[in-house]
Design a protein around this ligand. Structure first.
Ligand code: 3EB
Length: 330
């Protein structure tokens, strides 16, 4: 593995990527481990924990018991809150999250604008000011027709709220609909002391260039991001999109195959060796619970040994049944 990047000055040593894993362990135990930057739980069954590094996400897992997602870094971790932002830092990395109730902020657009303004302002004042990866979970993502669809309102609010925080380019991202009882917008991110390297997929139109038919504000994300030390690829939510069009409407198997082709194309585009391995945790967001078994079988056959977390989540286009994101370590 190359230490650092040839593109960067020799005296700047980029920090080792956080190690992301799915673990069947108690929340308190995970939080007590050295270098634990963040612990994410999934669904209503998660135990609460009073720690800024803990986030309970409103996405129901298809596994019981559901594992926790653990982000571990090298070195001591500090954590705190700043207004609505919960954060932690360690090993050159910053985790930050907001969890906003839309009823207090006036709908998906205003809430997204506020979330991004708060996160953007906070991160801009930190040494780790380069946002490399963002996850967005909002309720009822496909509700509303045409430009009024909630996802499209979210996209407009996100773009407004981020202002020029991403002047040098968008981070890798995921945006998924949850089925939680409260209309909460959950946004969490990973930021670094040095910028990552954006990766696009030659099979897909870059999202920020999507034509008008997909909404008034194109989605602001890169397809993937190589982390500063070039030791990991953060992979955005990836679905059966070819060019800018959704492929294989309502055909789960064909969408899974196309999604994997897109993931492989991303690895190639990032100059990474083909394939995913036992250290490459992936998440699959599955629209219909009845499809979970087929998605599980797909992982067993096509991605054997790859840690996979299957979650009940709605994809931002109604015709898409599944989306996959995750990590690939070098
Ligand atoms: C797509 O390819 C699927 O709005 O942040 C994937 C990843 C998608 C991120 C986002 C949306 C987002 O367009 C949708």
């Amino acid at each position: 593995m190359i230490q650092g990047s040839e593109k960067r000055a020799a005296d700047v040593v980029a920090c080792r990527a956080p190690q992301v894993s799915y673990r069947n362990v108690e929340v308190a135990r995970a939080l007590a481990e050295p270098g634990m930057l963040a612990v994410l739980g999934f669904g209503a069954g998660t135990a609460p924990a009073d720690d800024p590094r803990w986030l309970a996400l409103d996405l129901e897992p298809f596994d019981a018991p559901a594992p926790l997602e653990c982000w571990q870094v090298e070195g001591a971790v500090l954590a705190g809150t700043d207004g609505a932002v919960q954060w932690s830092r360690g090993g050159g990395w910053l985790y930050a999250a907001v969890n906003l109730d839309e009823r207090e902020h006036g709908g998906p657009e205003e809430t997204a604008a506020l979330a991004y303004a708060q996160l953007g302002r906070f991160v801009a004042g930190q040494p780790e000011r380069h946002i490399v990866r963002v996850w967005n979970y909002l309720s009822a993502i496909n509700q509303g027709d045409g430009d009024q669809e909630r996802y499209k309102q979210f996209c407009s609010g996100r773009a407004r709220g981020m202002g020029d925080a991403f002047g040098s380019g968008f981070p890798a991202a995921t945006a998924i609909g949850h089925h939680g009882a409260v209309a909460r917008l959950q946004v969490y991110l990973l930021a670094a002391e040095q910028p990552g390297t954006r990766v696009e997929n030659p099979r897909q139109v870059s999202a920020w260039r999507y034509p008008r038919q997909y909404g008034p504000t194109p989605p602001s994300f890169a397809r993937a991001m190589r982390l500063p030390a070039d030791d990991a690829l953060a992979i955005s939510g990836t679905a059966a999109v070819i060019g800018h069009a959704s492929a294989h409407h309502d055909d789960l198997q064909a969408q899974l195959d196309e999604t994997l082709a897109n993931l492989e194309a991303l690895l190639t585009s990032a100059d990474m060796a083909a394939g995913f391995d036992t250290h490459s945790p992936l998440k699959a967001y599955v629209r219909h619970p009845a499809d979970a078994r087929q998605v599980r079988d797909f992982f067993r056959q096509r991605l054997p040994g790859v840690p996979a977390l299957l979650l009940h989540g709605d994809i931002c286009r109604r015709e898409l049944l599944v989306e996959i994101d995750g990590w690939r370590y070098a």
